[in-house]
Design a binder for this molecule. Structure first.
Ligand code: 5AD
Ligand code: SF4
Length: 472
């Protein structure tokens, strides 16, 4: 048993990150452990977590388990959790209640909790005391050891908590079963060293560790060969890519090399305004397979709050960067993240955020009420604004967000755009996909168009999506 420790998770040394190419193994004794058995996985949170679940699915299939979409049928249930805000916690606690009933009916059901929540002391303590029936808890640093933990539980039937609060390493040979045949997530780095004061990620995901450029390019080349059309390069702070490696290359260099692989579409998330260089803007502008879409979290429009958040830029610096990107990259769309109700945020601070939003007119924003995360510096700040007031601020911000989202979308009506049709739409027998600028489009088209990049005429704009017709 190894329990997490937030103080240890905060440590950053100068030690070099180890890259391991053969640490994931399946011992012969358990290679059929899942034969005629099924697993069900529930994923919360960001793309990074979704991609971790793609790894977990492949590991389970290596052990001969088969995925089932029905939780009630499963022999193994896996909860891949998120810790970013309180409501992510609440969802998992609710789900644990449902799983408990299944476990009471079937004593052989194996339950696994993994992901960012597993990295939190409060959670593992809770699991140890109140949820003794959860079989395995494993953290974000040791997914590759899942087969060994499964073997142990099958043999010993005893709760096993294996969570490491280390800076982290890189495991290159973990298998992956991707959810889509057309678009793929590719990790370019793990962890984060920014330590924004509200954020739990630097503790749950460890220090910033970049993958080697050649390993990333090789992965993208293999995806091209397998017919993939789009990659999204993933990192908590992608423009700091390479800084920890000291090998003389950076994110702009990586983008350039990935662009040369001939993959049709390249996206990347998430950018931090701090490390966004002119070189990056140039590369995005110069390669037409790098999509003109940038997610650039602002978090607040008040310099006082940005400082308390440890964001390391002022609103003036953000405006300068925003305008530069808009001027240099034709047709670019920029989206953002904003937190309202950070401890000490006054009406004036909030109005600064609203004013800045009116000035910049983002394509879209993901907006959140500040959520206290145990162990982060912001958790200790005095927070006197009532929740009711924070909810009001969120609602008034969302009104502005929606107004500009619709305005941006309306500009598309009558225009021709290219869309990668990736899935069935929820309604009207349509297919759905995204424009280069990340606008969701529903199109009437038959199955044969799935996985194709097609020219679409936009006929209608809504706040969250566009409707279009296939061009003939
Ligand atoms: N409370 C509210 N929102 C948060 N985010 C991160 N941590 C918190 C928190 N403690 C938001 C930020 C980040 C996005 C992924 O989640 O806006 O950009
Ligand atoms: Fe969290 Fe800030 Fe790192 Fe983003 S950059 S993961 S908000 S600490």
């Amino acid at each position: 048993m190894n329990l997490p420790n937030l103080k240890e998770a905060k440590v950053r040394t100068k030690n070099k990150t180890l890259i391991k190419y053969d640490d994931y193994i399946i011992p012969k004794a358990i290679e059929n452990i899942g034969k005629n058995k099924t697993f069900h996985i529930i994923t919360y949170g960001c793309q990074m977590n979704v991609h971790d679940s793609e790894n977990i699915k492949a590991i389970m299939e290596d052990l001969k388990y088969q995925e089932t979409s029905d939780m009630k049928d499963a022999n193994v249930i896996i909860l891949n959790t998120c810790a970013i805000r309180e409501n992510a916690h609440n969802k998992v606690v609710g789900m644990l209640g449902r799983i408990k009933h299944l476990k009471q009916e079937n004593k052989n059901l194996i339950t696994i909790l993994c992901g960012c929540m597993a990295q939190e002391e409060v959670i593992t303590n809770l699991i140890k005391s109140k949820y003794k029936w959860v079989d395995i808890v494993l953290g974000t640093h040791n997914i590759h050891k899942l087969p060994l933990y499964l073997e142990k539980i099958v043999n010993e039937h005893k709760q096993d908590i294996e969570v490491y609060s280390i800076e982290g390493e890189i495991y290159e040979n973990i298998p992956v079963k991707r959810d889509s045949k057309y678009k793929a997530y590719v990790n370019i780095m793990y962890g984060c060293d920014k330590f924004c004061t509200y954020c739990i990620v630097p503790y749950t995901r460890g220090k910033q560790r970049s993958r080697l450029l050649e390993d990333i390019v090789l992965e993208v080349e293999q995806l091209v060969t397998s017919g993939y059309k789009e990659v999204t390069l993933l990192g908590q702070n992608v423009n700091a890519y390479g800084k920890d490696l000291n090998l003389g290359y950076n994110f702009a260099d990586l983008l350039r090399e990935v662009a040369k692989t001939q993959i049709s579409r390249i996206r990347f998330v998430t950018s931090h305004p701090w490390d966004f260089t002119d070189d990056m803007i140039d590369v995005i502008k110069n390669y037409n397979n790098i999509m003109p879409y940038i997610h650039l979290p602002l978090q607040s429009g008040s310099n006082r709050i940005l400082k308390l958040m440890n964001r390391k830029y002022t609103k003036e610096e953000y405006i300068t960067l925003y305008n530069k990107i808009k001027e240099q990259i034709p047709n670019v769309s920029i989206t953002t993240d904003i937190i309202v109700g950070f401890p000490g945020e006054t009406d004036e601070d909030f109005n600064d955020t609203l004013d800045l939003y009116h000035l910049l007119k983002f394509d879209l924003a993901y907006t959140f009420i500040f959520s206290k995360r145990e162990g982060t510096p912001a958790c200790k700040l005095k927070d006197e604004t009532p929740l009711e007031e924070k909810r009001k601020r969120l609602a008034s911000l969302n009104e502005v967000v929606n107004k500009y989202a619709l305005e941006h979308n309306k500009k598309y009506v009558g225009r021709d755009v290219f869309v990668l049709l990736e899935d069935y739409s929820d309604k009207d027998n349509k297919l759905m996909g995204y424009t280069d600028t990340m606008k969701l489009v529903n199109v009437k088209a038959s199955d044969e168009y799935l996985g194709k990049i097609v020219k679409v005429k936009i006929t209608e704009a809504k706040t969250w999506s566009l409707e279009g017709e296939l061009h003939d």
